[in-house]
Design a binder for this molecule. Structure first.
Ligand SMILES: Cc1ncc(COP(=O)(O)O)c(C=O)c1O
Length: 379
């Protein structure tokens, strides 16, 4: 029988990367800080606020760092569980870009809205407005509300037009609700645009739609204080439109293979801060090896595969749960069991969600450890 046990096999502070057990989720802290600084400078130049989406990393310490580096722009969440994690860890300005439905959830939201200095949530229908108003009344509180407009993603949101105006008027008239403005998440552009000028054109078209909605709502006598827009790729273009007041990117500190493919003119491998370090566990023949990271290590919810961070001569071609198949046919190197390979993650949000901890690396050592605190908090 073993004379020792361990319940902790993950990275530890100050450990060298070379000594890590694998697979290990790493974040290059220098690259992450550069990325945050670059988006903060973009927001500054375009006179918009930068509210970082914490759905990507689900960690309050990283959220606090982003809040600080973006001049107190606040934090965005996608689940109430994420909001709870943020608020209980001292983040006091949160926007929940998601509809809250169900009595128990509405109770939690009202409780949190008392605890946070500022907490806004999202509606897009008479039903969501009325549920929220009734809950806020029952809790004797006022909830800040953002109306979601569908500018082309066709997920949630009310279509631009008279119904949007009627919903804004309804929120404005509700005693327990405060109308903050609009959410116009425009990530459909990512699937439609292939070039920088496509991104510019399609984001501008989406924002022109929002501008018309704002004009219609204001013509009805309701002030629209905020227009919040989306993500890492599109906010670089939408954020230059005069109607936008706030951008809500999530992946931007880390990037991933998706961002590399969507905007090769803007994102390089050096900008991809989130990687997984793997170990070669088998070299079955000259043009193939297997690493210890498969689909339980890299989320494969998109058609993209992991991409080697520091080399182009090997290709990650297939995965099973704990195995990654690597084609080494184009490499001159001969690989051995125990060698290490580092890969940029295909989709950073869903990959982080598979791990307990993110290891922040600087100069080859673990400088920070961030727990993926809201992992599993889907409610
Ligand atoms: C409403 C909303 N805003 C912002 C984001 C962040 O976008 P990205 O992950 O492209 O940075 C998301 C991502 O899913 C989202 O759903």
């Amino acid at each position: 029988m073993s004379t020792w046990t361990t319940d902790e096999t993950g990275p530890t502070l100050h450990q060298s990367v070379a000594a890590l057990e694998t697979p290990a989720l790493l974040v290059d802290v220098d690259a992450m800080e550069r990325n945050i600084e670059s988006y903060a400078a973009f927001a500054d130049e375009n006179d918009v606020s930068l509210r970082s989406h914490a759905k990507t990393h689900k960690n309050a310490e990283l959220a606090a760092l982003q809040d600080e580096m973006t001049d107190g722009g606040g934090i965005c969440c996608q689940t109430l569980g994420e909001v709870e994690t943020m608020v209980r860890n001292g983040i006091d300005d949160v926007y929940l870009s998601y509809q809250v439905v169900g009595d128990r959830k509405l109770d939690r939201l009202c409780w949190l809205s008392r605890k946070a200095e500022k907490l806004a949530t999202t509606v897009d229908s008479v039903a969501t407005i009325e549920m929220l108003r009734d809950a806020a009344r029952d809790h004797d509180t006022t909830v800040d509300v953002v109306l979601e407009i569908d500018v082309g993603l066709h997920r949630t949101g009310v279509a631009p037009g008279p119904e949007a105006v009627a919903l804004a008027e309804r929120i404005d008239a509700a005693d327990a609700l405060e109308f903050d403005g609009l959410l116009a998440y425009e990530s459909h552009v990512k699937a439609e645009a292939a070039t920088e000028s496509d991104f510019e054109k399609r984001c501008r078209e989406a924002m022109d739609l929002v501008q018309d909605v704002v004009a219609d709502i204001e013509a009805a006598g309701v002030a629209v204080a905020e227009v919040k827009v989306g993500g890492t790729a599109t906010s670089r273009y939408s954020g230059t439109h005069p109607v936008v007041t706030e951008i809500n990117p999530g992946m931007y500190p880390f990037n991933d293979v998706g961002e590399l493919e969507h905007r090769p003119w803007e994102v390089s491998k050096d900008d991809c801060a989130a990687t997984v370090l793997t170990t070669v566990i088998s070299v079955p023949d000259d043009d193939r090896l297997v690493v210890d990271g498969g689909s339980k290590t890299f989320s494969l919810d998109t058609p993209r595969m992991p991409v080697p961070r520091n080399r182009d001569d090997v290709e990650y071609v297939n995965a099973s749960e704990e195995h990654g198949w690597i084609d080494t046919g184009n490499s001159d190197e001969s690989f051995s069991v125990g060698d290490r390979l580092e890969f940029i993650v295909p989709h950073v949000c869903t990959t982080i969600n598979l791990h307990d901890r993110i290891a922040g690396v600087r100069d080859g050592r673990i400088e920070e450890l961030w727990e993926v605190q809201a992992r599993g908090k889907v409610r």
